[in-house]
Design a binder for this molecule. Structure first.
Ligand SMILES: Nc1ncnc2c1ncn2[C@@H]1O[C@H](COP(=O)(O)OP(=O)(O)O)[C@@H](O)[C@H]1O
Ligand SMILES: N[C@@H](CCC(=O)OP(=O)(O)O)C(=O)O
Length: 375
């Protein structure tokens, strides 16, 4: 038994690490994962699983010989596979004395702030009561263009939502390699990453298996989100014995992503703005203002707003762009687009002491993380 501080851990596992090549759940793979989660639970840690595999576990029973590519068939397969997955997880966890629960999320649940906060409250109750929540995207009802699309970024967003201490991504590969191992057999494993540079992004390629969706690219997007949220992450190979346990105790073979404490301090509201909100318009601002707001200390004054694009209400999230077209950040506006335009039409000066266009605490600048377009 360890005397390590009890942690809140989010574990994401990919389809190929749970299912066989023939489109069925692999009981052996699932048992291994469950055994390792149980080890952590027995030591008092809180564990949430983000489990892929619904489509991969269901397509065979739908009558398809390989993973379907058409949306309705994928959704039908997920509807079969998700039930089978949860049934298997539940049986296995109950045999160890633990209860699992199912949470299916769509992107629009996360882009609505009150539903996002509601999801947090529900998951907190489950974790605090020792339950193991098992999260997946609600594939059966989600349209392609409204999807998170991959469970890697979903897992990082969930880790931020519940203020996790660690994110562990289990895949079919040992970790991040310094080149795409599908094309370069001499690529070598990178053990620690403190910052995701353009060089790292350039070596992250697509999935190598027929059932994986995001490849290393979506995992890097996930690690960016986790790092900006101050969460330490790890990626390793699901089939390695004790990988989950060792990852939590920092002794596993794989890649660790460690955020720099001083640069990663987005609070939960800012995480929602940055990664989940779905901006509804744009504020074009003077270039001279950019420097004043990017360090997060100064609010954006209404007088610095050059023009406005789109229609939005007070309280919406908008993109902030400089007059040269460069994206500066995202923020919650204190005025509707109509009010901004009214002031500009009559060329009225915003008075001193008037509410900021965007308060500094509701401003997230220069993240270089792509936020989905408005839903
Ligand atoms: N630089 C890289 N380092 C490691 N793996 C990479 C890299 N670039 C591309 N990949 C591919 O990404 C795959 C992992 O992603 P994916 O197949 O989506 O897994 P999962 O189903 O576990 O989510 C690896 O098996 C590998 O083929
Ligand atoms: N939500 C989908 C999986 C999406 C996904 O990201 O898959 P993977 O790349 O295997 O982690 C499913 O359950 O089939």
């Amino acid at each position: 038994m360890s005397d390590m501080k009890k942690k809140r851990i989010v574990i994401k596992i990919g389809s190929s690490s749970l299912t066989s090549l023939h489109g069925e759940i692999s009981r052996r793979k699932l048992e291994k994962l469950v055994d390792e989660v149980v080890q952590l639970k027995d030591e008092g840690h809180e564990v949430l699983l983000v489990s892929s595999g619904a489509v991969a576990a269901g397509y065979r029973k739908l009558g398809c010989l390989s993973r379907p590519t058409k949306l309705p068939e994928k959704q039908a397969a997920a509807s079969i596979g998700q039930g089978l997955l949860i049934e298997s997880y539940s049986d296995l966890f109950i045999s160890h004395g633990y209860i699992a629960s199912q949470i299916l999320i769509t992107r629009s649940d996360f882009s609505d702030e009150s539903r996002y906060n509601n999801a947090r409250n529900t998951i907190n109750v489950l974790l605090e009561r020792g339950i193991i929540p098992i999260v997946n995207e609600n594939d059966t009802i989600t349209m392609d263009f409204l999807k998170f699309g991959d469970n890697d970024t979903l897992s990082a967003k969930v880790a931020g939502l519940v203020d996790a201490d660690q994110l562990v991504i289990l895949s079919d590969i040992e970790g991040l390699y310094d080149d795409n191992p599908n094309t370069n057999p001499d690529a070598s494993l990178i053990e620690r990453v403190h910052q995701i540079t353009p060089e790292i992004e350039a070596v992250a390629g697509d999935a190598g298996s027929s059932v994986g969706t995001g490849g290393m690219r979506s995992k890097i997007d996930a690690f960016k989100i986790a790092m900006a949220s101050g969460i330490t992450s790890f990626i390793g190979k699901a089939s390695v014995p004790n990988i989950v346990y060792d990852a939590v105790y920092q002794k596993a073979n794989g890649t660790y992503f460690e955020p720099k404490a001083e640069t990663n301090n987005l609070d939960q509201k800012q995480q929602w703005i940055a990664f989940n909100s779905g901006p509804e318009g744009e504020l074009i601002i003077e270039e001279s203002t950019v420097e004043m707001i990017v360090d997060g200390k100064e609010s954006l004054s209404p007088a610095s707003v050059h023009s406005v694009k789109g229609d939005f209400d007070k309280g919406s999230v908008v993109r902030i762009i400089d007059v040269g077209g460069n994206e500066v950040g995202l923020g919650v506006v204190n005025y509707s687009s109509e009010t901004f335009r009214k002031y500009q039409e009559v060329d009225t000066q915003f008075e001193a002491g008037q509410e900021a266009a965007v308060e500094s605490e509701h401003l997230v600048c220069h993240l270089e993380i792509s936020v989905p377009a408005s839903v």
